[in-house]
Ligand binder design. Structure first.
Ligand code: 6R9
Length: 652
C-alpha cells in the first residue's frame, strides 16, 4: 500500500489499443508530405527547418539558423528579415492568386461575407495605415478584443504588418481579465467591436472595454468595429473602425522586420496564478505554423476549403486560422457563433454548404456531438471532407472512433495534434498520408521535433513506460519568454529537468513507441500508491455505450490517499439509477483493473469547462471534497457549478 509512487507505473489499457487505420492508398499517393521528411529532419534538423523557412518570403536571408548560445533563450534565423503579413497576403496576390477566396465568413444569424486575398490585402493595408496614423509604431502593443468576424484577423495582420505586437484577449473574458492583460502588456490601442452574436444574442464587448480602459492609463485610442449595431456608450478615446480604416489609403509597403521581432503576446491562464504572457516572435513562429498546417492537413491551396472551429482568442485561432492557413494561401471558412445555433446541425450544414475539406476542432465539441446523436451529422453531405483534426485535450479513443465514422465516413485520416500556447505550433501528430493512425494517440513528434517521455530523473522511459512529456531540442515556434518575466519563464518550463522543456503533461509510450497524452500532471491521481491518470479513467467511462462524457478527479480518501470520483454525462435517454452506476464502476474495473474503479460516480447535466473547452477538474475536486469553489473566472458557464453542487448534496 505504501509503495513510493513511480512515474513509470502505468495502467495497461490504453496501451492495448489494437485498432489502427492505414492512410487510404489514394490519399497517400497524393499526400503533400511523405515519410522521407522524417529521414531528412532526422539526418539534419537545422537544415530541415531551413528548408521549411524557405517556403516563406524573406527580405534578407538569415546568417545563422539557430542561436542556442544562451539557453533556453533561443534565436532562430538570426539576421533574417521578413514581414509576416506580406507572407500571408501580398505574396499570394503577386503570385496571381488575388482572386482566390481567403475567407468565407458566416455570421451566426446567417449573414455571410466572401473576402478574396486581394480584398483582404487591401483591407489590411488600410488598417495598417490607420493604426500608423493613430501613432502606433513597431514594438508598440495593441490589445484585440473581438468577436469572430473578419476584422479580428485583419486587426492582427495589420499589427503584424507594422511590427506592432498584438495581444488578443478572448471576447468572453471579464473586465478584470481584460484590464489585467492590457496593463501587463502596456497596450497603447485597443481594437474591439460593438458586439458579436452568440446563441442568438449580441454580446456586449464595448461596455467591457470601456470599464477596462478606465483602469488602463496606457490606452490612448479604442478602435470599434460595428458588427451588431447595438447602442454603445462613446468616450473621447473611441473611434469607429469604418471611419478611420475605410478612409485610409490602400497603399502600404510592408517593411521587413527582424526574424526575432515580437509578433504577439498571448496570455494563458494556468490554474490559479497570474496569467502568463507567452511571447512569440516572427520568423521561426511563421515557419513552423505554416509548415505544420500544410503537412498535418495535407493542404492543397488550389482546391481545399479548410475550417478551424476555434476562436481567434486562443492559440489555435492564431496559428491555424490566421498565420498557418493564410501563409499557405488556402481558402477557409470562419464562423462567428456556436454549434447549436440555430440548430444542432449547424457545423455539418457549413461543411455541406462550403464543401469543406479539412476540419479542425476539439474533443469537447466531438463529445457534445456524440451526445446529440448520430442522426444529426447523418442528415448532411459530408463527402467533401478529407482530413479531420483534433486539438485541446486528449481525445478518448471512442470519441476518436465516432469522429472517424460519423464525420469522416470511415474514409478520412484523423490527426490528433498535441501542442500548447507555448509551443506556438503543432509538435506531436500523425501525418495523414504517412501514419497508420491509432484512436486516442497523438503518436509521433512531427519531423524536426524532439519530444520524449521521461521519468522523475529525466531519463527516457522505455516503450510501455509512462512519465512526463518533455521537448529535448529547441523548435522554431517556441515561446521566447514570458512577457516581462524571464525568471518565471525559467522556473515554469526549464527548472524541472536540465536542458529540457517541461510541458506539464503526463504521457506514456506504447509497445511501438507511440506517445499517448494523459492530461496535465497536476490532475494525476494517487490511489493506494498508484499514479492513475484522469484521462484513462475518463476514456474507460466514455467507452461504455451509455456514457457521453466524463470528468474524473481524485478526492482525499482516508484509506487510499485519494479516491476516484467520476462526474458523468449520459448519452441520450439513459437513466442514471444505482444499477447503471454499479455497471459503470465494474466496466472501469474490467477495462483498467480494480485499482482504477471509481469510488463514486455522479451523473451531471454538464461539466465545468474553460472557455476554450478544457475540463476544469480543479473545480470538481472542490465539489468532491466539499470545499467552497476556487477561482471560477475562466469558467464558460458559471451556472454549471450550481447544478453540479446541488446534485452532489442531494446525493443523486
Ligand atoms: C493548442 C492548445 C495546452 C494543453 C496541453 C495539453 C492539452 C492540447 C492536446 C492536449 C492531449 C492533445 N492538449 N492538445 N492534450 N492531446 N492533442 O490547446 O493550447 O490552450 O495552451 O493548451 O492542452 O494539456 O498542455 P493551450
Amino acid at each position: 500500500m505504501n509503495e513510493t509512487p513511480k512515474s513509470q507505473e502505468t495502467l495497461a489499457n490504453l496501451l492495448n489499443e489494437t485498432r489502427h487505420f492505414d492512410p487510404p492508398a489514394e490519399f497517400a499517393a497524393q499526400a503533400t508530405v511523405t515519410a522521407d521528411e522524417y529521414d531528412r529532419a532526422g539526418a539534419d534538423r537545422l537544415a530541415f527547418w531551413e528548408s521549411k523557412a524557405e517556403r516563406l518570403h524573406w527580405a534578407a536571408k538569415w546568417d545563422r539558423t539557430l542561436d542556442w548560445d544562451n539557453p533556453p533563450f533561443a534565436k532562430w534565423f538570426v539576421g533574417g528579415k521578413l514581414n509576416v503579413a506580406y507572407n500571408c497576403l501580398d505574396r499570394h496576390v503577386e503570385a496571381g492568386n488575388g482572386d482566390r477566396v481567403a475567407i468565407h465568413w458566416e455570421g451566426e444569424p446567417g449573414d455571410t461575407r466572401t473576402i478574396t486575398y486581394a480584398e483582404l490585402t487591401s483591407e489590411v493595408k488600410k488598417a495598417a495605415n490607420a493604426l500608423t496614423a493613430l501613432g502606433v509604431t513597431a514594438g508598440d502593443r495593441v490589445a484585440i478584443y473581438m468577436p469572430m468576424i473578419p476584422e479580428a484577423a485583419m486587426a492582427m495582420l495589420a499589427c503584424a504588418r507594422i511590427g506592432a505586437t498584438h495581444s488578443v484577449v478572448f471576447g468572453g473574458f471579464s473586465v478584470a481579465a481584460l484590464s489585467g492583460r492590457i496593463q501587463d502588456a502596456d497596450a497603447k490601442v485597443v481594437i474591439t467591436a460593438d458586439g458579436g452574436y452568440r446563441r442568438g444574442k449580441p454580446s456586449d464587448l464595448k461596455g467591457i472595454v470601456d470599464d477596462s480602459v478606465a483602469q488602463c492609463p496606457s490606452v490612448e485610442k479604442v478602435l470599434v468595429v460595428r458588427r451588431t449595431g447595438s447602442d454603445v456608450a462613446w468616450t473621447d478615446k473611441d473611434l469607429w473602425w469604418h471611419d478611420v480604416v475605410d478612409s485610409a489609403s490602400d497603399e502600404h509597403e510592408a517593411q521587413p522586420f527582424d526574424a526575432e521581432h515580437p509578433l504577439f503576446i498571448l496570455y494563458t491562464s494556468g490554474t490559479t496564478a497570474k496569467p502568463k504572457g507567452i511571447l512569440h516572435t516572427s520568423g521561426g513562429y511563421l515557419t513552423q505554423a505554416s509548415y505544420t498546417h500544410q503537412a498535418v492537413f495535407d493542404i492543397k491551396p488550389d482546391n481545399d476549403i479548410y475550417w478551424c472551429t476555434a476562436d481567434i482568442g486562443w492559440v489555435t485561432g492564431h496559428s491555424y486560422i490566421v498565420y498557418g492557413p493564410m501563409s499557405n494561401g488556402v481558402t477557409q471558412v470562419m464562423y462567428e457563433g456556436t454549434p447549436d445555433t440555430p440548430h444542432k446541425g449547424r457545423f455539418w450544414e457549413l461543411v455541406q454548404k462550403y464543401r469543406i475539406t479539412q476540419i479542425y476542432t476539439a474533443p469537447t465539441a466531438i463529445r457534445t456531438f456524440m451526445k446529440w446523436g448520430d442522426d444529426i451529422p447523418a442528415g448532411f453531405d459530408l463527402s467533401s471532407l478529407r482530413v479531420l483534426g483534433s486539438v485541446g485535450e486528449p481525445i478518448n479513443p471512442e470519441a476518436w472512433m465516432w469522429y472517424r465514422k460519423h464525420i469522416g465516413g470511415d474514409r478520412c485520416p484523423v490527426v490528433d495534434t498535441w501542442w500548447q500556447t507555448e509551443t506556438g505550433a503543432m509538435m506531436i501528430s500523425p501525418l495523414p498520408g504517412v501514419t497508420s493512425t491509432i484512436p486516442g494517440s497523438a503518436q509521433t513528434p512531427l519531423p524536426g521535433i524532439s519530444a520524449d517521455v521521461v521519468d522523475d530523473e529525466g531519463k527516457s522511459v522505455p516503450n510501455g513506460g509512462g512519465g512526463y512529456l518533455v521537448l529535448r531540442e529547441p523548435w522554431p515556434s517556441m515561446l521566447r519568454t514570458i512577457w516581462g518575466d524571464d525568471q518565471r519563464f525559467l522556473d515554469t518550463y526549464w527548472s524541472k529537468f536540465d536542458n529540457m522543456y517541461f510541458a506539464g503533461d503526463g504521457a506514456k509510450r506504447d509497445a511501438d513507441g507511440n506517445i499517448w497524452l494523459l492530461g496535465r500532471v497536476d490532475d494525476v491521481m494517487l490511489v493506494s500508491g498508484h499514479n492513475i491518470s484522469t484521462t484513462e479513467v475518463e476514456s474507460a467511462l466514455v467507452s461504455h455505450p451509455k456514457v457521453a462524457e466524463s470528468a474524473v478527479v481524485g478526492a482525499t480518501d482516508p484509506v487510499t490517499g485519494q479516491g476516484i470520483v467520476a462526474f458523468t454525462i449520459l448519452r441520450g435517454d439513459a437513466d442514471g439509477g444505482e444499477e447503471l452506476m454499479t455497471e459503470l464502476r465494474n466496466h472501469v474495473a474490467k477495462e483498467l483493473g480494480p485499482i482504477a474503479k471509481p469510488r463514486q460516480i455522479m451523473v451531471v447535466p454538464e461539466l465545468p469547462k474553460t472557455r476554450s473547452g478544457k475540463i476544469m477538474r480543479r473545480l470538481l475536486r472542490d465539489v468532491a471534497e466539499n470545499r467552497s469553489l476556487g477561482d471560477v473566472t475562466t469558467l464558460q458557464d458559471s451556472a454549471v457549478m450550481d447544478l453540479i453542487s446541488k446534485g452532489m448534496s442531494s446525493g443523486k
